[in-house]
Design a protein around this ligand. Structure first.
Ligand SMILES: [Zn+2]
Length: 298
């Protein structure tokens, strides 16, 4: 899907709605209140559906991330497409200029799309899994370990080799925190977990029940970066993409919203080889709960 295709195929709000309806209700409209599958369309305004069972009017965007938006749907679509196509992220300022809207509208819009890119119900990672942490403050990401960067935000990265990537805005990089991420996101049947020599990992592995030979350590301190299959290069390459996003596109990410940017980055990264990235993003948007401006800025 290119921006040109998009403007041709979804030139009107009605066409955008037809697509959203197919994505939200593949087997036909369903009342969001009582799940009745026979709502009627209002004769003069077919975008409005009416449920006789529970006497409720709704549209395909009711109760979703689009809720209460006065922005034409094509602007939502164009912004979502630009976000999908921007491997390193795209700023609200760029959306303001390219799609055409006020800066505050663009900022809020990007955050709503980002929220829809949050994954739920993720399968545990297995096979060979790499874990690494990085430290971020202001616009800079830092290599190195926690005691050196007291006022930085910690980002933990976990990547299954040949599989999915996850980033977390962690409270710290201590063993207890790392053990929690390992338990929550890595399968008990994992073959190997590779980390660097950060002193918190051995205890984290014990706490998480990963014993002995399944934890491999690469000694970056000794300038060893790859020892056969033992390296953390694939999670580090994802960190460098994140770094380029923060320095190059978003310029500055506040601690408050860091987790949301991490979700956007991993959502896109994990679907980078899928041809339906844009449609899947729209599907997430039309099934995600609303995010009010008050909640976002609270
Ligand atoms: Zn109903």
């Amino acid at each position: 899907m290119t921006l040109i295709d998009l403007t041709v195929m979804y030139s009107s709000d009605d066409r955008c709605r037809e697509l959203l309806e197919r994505l939200r209700w593949p087997s036909g409209p369903v009342c969001p209140r009582c799940n009745d599958t026979t709502p009627a369309r209002l004769e003069n305004t077919p975008k409005i559906l009416y449920c006789r069972k529970c006497d409720y009017q709704f549209t395909v965007t009711s109760g979703t991330i689009f809720h209460d938006s006065h922005l034409p749907l094509i602007k939502w679509f164009a912004t979502a497409l630009l976000i999908c196509e921007a491997k390193k992220g795209i700023s609200a300022l760029q959306i303001k200029r390219t799609v055409g809207m006020a800066y505050k509208t663009a900022w809020y819009l990007c955050h709503r799309i980002r929220k829809a890119m949050t994954e739920v119900d993720r399968e545990p990672l297995g096979g060979t899994v790499e874990i690494d942490e990085t430290y971020m403050g202001g616009k800079h990401l830092h290599r190195g370990h926690a005691e050196k960067f007291d006022n930085k935000e910690v980002v933990v990265g976990i990547r299954q080799r040949g599989g999915d990537l996850r980033f977390f805005h962690a409270e710290d990089a201590k063993s207890g925190t790392l053990a929690r991420y390992i338990k929550e996101h890595i399968s008990e049947d994992v073959e190997v977990i590779v980390t660097d020599e950060w002193t918190a990992y051995p205890k984290a592995m014990i706490d998480a029940g990963v014993h002995g030979s399944r934890h491999k350590t690469i000694k970056h301190k000794d300038r060893v970066y790859v020892q056969g299959e033992i390296h953390t290069n694939t999670v580090e390459s994802a960190f460098s993409l994140l770094k380029r996003g923060i320095v190059g596109s978003w310029h500055k990410v506040s601690a408050k919203h860091l987790a949301a940017y991490l979700e956007e980055m991993t959502f896109r990264f994990n679907r980078r080889k899928r041809s339906d990235l844009f449609l899947d993003t729209l599907r997430h948007m039309v099934t995600a709960d609303p995010l009010t401006f008050e909640d976002l800025t609270a």
